[in-house]
Design a protein around this ligand. Structure first.
Ligand code: ZN
Length: 187
């Protein structure tokens, strides 16, 4: 997973150099991805390193991609992320909302809109992950029966306020699309 490697290195570079080396070489580098992701979060909290919304969102995406977002034991990513210091800088048009009150509310709202004929009608369940505050797009995780039985990773979709839907194979592709749609103009 080249994209994961690249992303992890980028995120680990936020830590002091010694910590960066530990999490990238001694953990991620030897295939201990889950351990590496949770250590990354722990050390961001310990060093009180401010992280942007984009960083928070991509860490969650990385954890999801490695089947680790669902882990609820000690030092789990969903509980560590909110403990990280938030940077002032606004670098993403969206916010990570999975497991937040807003996320639950949006999930219900989307489920209410999904009737017969709707592109998401076959999904057994869905959960809102990210919401764009510029255009109102919502990135959702789809838990579809066949996929659930066949492969580990769920599929993702972007639901627009018009109810138009685009689907994606991975959370990375979906998050790229959500970001690009409302990318800030280059200064
Ligand atoms: Zn948007």
């Amino acid at each position: 997973m080249a994209r994961s490697d690249e992303l992890f290195r980028e995120l680990a570079a936020l830590l002091p150099p010694e910590d960066t080396a530990t999490v990238t070489q001694d953990m991620w580098g030897i295939g201990e991805c889950e351990n590496a992701i949770s250590e990354l979060c722990l050390r961001l909290v310990q060093h009180r390193i401010p992280i942007t919304e984009s960083t928070r969102g991509w860490i969650a995406a990385l954890a999801e991609r490695h089947g680790y977002w669902e882990y609820t034991g000690p030092d789990n990513v969903p509980e560590l992320l909110p403990e990280c210091v938030t940077a002032d800088e606004q670098d993403a048009p969206w916010t990570l909302i999975e497991r937040t009150r807003r996320g639950f509310a949006l999930t219900e709202q989307i489920k209410d809109a999904v009737g017969p004929g709707h592109p998401l009608h076959d999904a057994v369940d869905l959960a809102a992950w990210y919401a764009c505050h510029r255009c109102g797009d919502v990135l959702v995780g789809l838990y579809d029966r066949e996929r659930f039985l066949a492969v580990f990773a769920p599929q993702f979709a972007i639901v627009r306020s018009s109810n138009e839907v685009s689907t994606f194979e991975s959370i990375f592709d979906a998050l790229d699309a959500l970001t690009e749609n409302c990318a800030p103009a280059k200064r």
